[in-house]
Design a protein around this ligand. Structure first.
Ligand code: ATP
Ligand code: MG
Length: 562
């Protein structure tokens, strides 16, 4: 696959080979019902890569009238926390998915998993090993050389059983012993060279607390948990492809209640950001961002805080499709989905980010007019609102130039422009401070142009947004840019490559009164600038807005050209 393919897919609506497989299984009767699961490990917050998996699992269940479980893969107490469990539940729900009563934890199955492990020992399919983790690694061999059997590989069943029970009983220290499956140290697949099934970890578990000091590995717990829950299609990312023979071996060698099958798909990678919990943890723990929900992060909570609607994330996941080919999707494709949705739904408002004062000299002092403004030209039902207008207003600093080039259609000395929903104004004078910076413009308005049209048919090229000085509310606006400036954000040196300009805080912005009472998640369009939503720290006294995404769609442009 070429780099551009996922983008083309994004435009067309991506294919999904997993849905094709499930459709066949349903048609052939192999699957009587479709049961999937999303299996997060609660060792961090969810990111948009997880959203791909969530949309796939819940979407597949929905498509085929089945069900999808939310199952926590809580098998490593050293890294797992209740905070992460809670955030994951919140994020999956926010994304719009419902697991009904099917909320599970691998830890719910610890007793059954343990029983099956004893069964493996009794059947001669598992043994307790005293080798250290390093020694096990050294014995494992390489892709070209077979592994070396552990000296403990041929322990008697009874001894194994006794040792395993004493492992559970807490007689040994962390790392002193492990339980391994007895499969084939010469297997061409390294995962089949007697993989570890249980390790000793003396640590408090978020749910089972101190009931256990041995914990099953992912490989051991996962398939059996799937089998317990009656999962038919266990969907995971490609790095588990080589684990599938082990997944199947365990299912075959245990008397489990159902026969799930594992299918692998390519994980989502995005430009300009990292999508791995380990790296996200480094960013958060190292204080490089303000927390797991920092709007610069690709976490679900970060995207939510930035104002990206759940529906845009779902749309993005549908468009990128599901394939077996690893590729990097452009961040701009996600922004495109966000923009496209918000264009249809977000109310338009006026906000001036870098204000320049304008005094309209022929407008009566003390007078205020309430002008009608369209809420959303894409949605007539959104109606109109009143915007106050008065003698002193603010416009965007960059909408004025002292000596503008020909193509600059905004304000300059002697030039006439339209104030959106208001009047035509002409600039008569520009006042500078001692440093030569403009502090104020003097203008006149044409009272005949109320609403934005001249009765004599006279045209202006530019339309500016503005706020009334007397009525505007002061606000802080936070502009976000890529976490990593270069598109290729892979590599372990990502911390050295963080974009120093990923956050720009603008204080002293001025917003129209209608923006005063928005809450977090209520994303609006600041006309001519982009989409913005209040940050959770916002208050009526001190509104704080996050830029969700700018208006400029570099991705759509590139699609057209390409
Ligand atoms: P990370 O690589 O970020 O640490 P993980 O795979 O360890 O993630 P889990 O909590 O184990 O995180 O993942 C839960 C599910 O989400 C798994 O089925 C996993 O395959 C899937 N998943 C994780 N990252 C991605 C991704 N980037 N794209 C698609 N699916 C993903
Ligand atoms: Mg994992």
């Amino acid at each position: 696959m070429t780099d551009t393919e996922p983008e083309e897919k994004a435009e067309e609506g991506g294919g999904n080979f997993i849905l094709d497989i499930i459709a066949e299984d349903v048609a052939s009767g192999r699957a009587k019902e479709v049961v999937t699961r999303f299996p997060p490990e609660p060792n961090g917050y969810l990111h948009i890569g997880h959203a791909k998996s969530i949309c796939l699992n819940f979407g597949a269940a929905e498509t085929f009238g089945g069900r999808c479980h939310l199952r926590f893969d809580d098998t490593n107490p050293l890294k797992e926390e209740v905070e992460f469990i809670d955030s994951i539940i919140e994020d999956v729900r926010w994304l719009g998915f419902d697991w009904g009563q099917h909320l599970y934890f691998a830890s719910d199955y610890f007793e059954r998993l343990y029983g099956w492990a004893e069964h493996l020992i009794e059947a001669g399919n598992a043994y307790v090993d005293d080798l250290t983790a390093d020694e096990i690694r050294e014995h494992r061999g390489t892709l070209t050389e077979p592994g070396t059997p552990s000296p403990h590989r041929d322990r008697e069943r009874q001894e194994n059983l006794d040792l395993f029970r004493r492992m559970r009983g807490g007689e040994f220290a962390d790392g002193e012993k492990v339980l391994r499956a007895k499969i084939d140290m010469a297997s061409g697949n390294i995962n089949m060279r007697d993989p570890v099934l249980y390790r000793i970890v003396h640590a408090s578990h978020p749910r089972t607390v101190d009931a256990w000091c041995i914990y099953p590995t992912y490989d051991y717990a996962h398939g059996q948990s799937d089998a317990i829950e009656g999962v038919t299609h266990s969907l995971c990312t490609l790095e588990f492809e080589d684990h599938r023979p082990l997944y199947d071996w365990l299912i075959e060698n245990l008397d489990v209640p159902s026969r799930p099958r594992q299918y692998e798909f390519a994980r989502l990678n995005l430009t300009h950001t990292v999508l791995s919990k380990r790296r996200l943890t480094e960013l958060v723990a190292g204080g490089h961002v303000a927390g797991w929900d920092d709007p610069r992060l690709p976490t679900i909570s970060g995207l939510r805080r930035r104002g990206v609607p759940a529906a845009a994330i779902r749309d993005f996941c549908a468009r990128i499709g599901v394939t077996k080919n690893d590729a990097v999707v452009e961040m701009a494709a996600l922004d495109h989905c966000t923009r496209e949705l918000l264009n249809k739904t977000a109310p338009r408002r006026m906000a001036v980010l870098r204000p320049l004062k304008v005094v309209i000299e022929n407008y009566p002092e003390g007078k205020t007019e309430e002008l009608d403004a369209v809420n959303n030209p894409e949605d007539e039902a959104a109606g109109t609102r009143k915007v106050p207008f008065s003698r002193e207003i603010y416009i965007e600093r960059e909408d004025f130039m002292d000596d503008p080039p020909k193509k600059f259609f905004r304000l300059g000395p002697g030039r006439e422009v339209r104030l959106r929903y208001a009047y035509f104004i002409t600039c008569t004078d520009a006042i500078k401070d001692a440093d030569g910076a403009f502090t104020e413009l003097r203008c006149t308005y044409d009272p005949e142009t109320r609403g934005g049209d001249a009765p004599d048919g006279r045209k202006v090229r530019g339309t500016l947004h503005w706020v009334s000085a007397e009525h505007a509310i002061a606000a802080e606006v936070r502009l976000y840019d890529h976490l990593i400036a270069e598109a290729d954000a892979s590599g372990d040196d990502f911390l050295d490559r963080l974009n120093p300009d990923s956050l720009e805080v603008l204080d002293g912005c001025l917003i129209e009164p209608a923006l005063g009472d928005l809450g977090p998640g209520e994303t609006v369009q600041f006309e001519r600038q982009g989409y913005f939503c209040p940050d959770p720290v916002t208050t009526p006294e001190k509104p704080v807005f996050n830029r969700t995404v700018s208006l400029r769609d570099s991705w759509a442009k590139k699609q057209k050209k390409g």
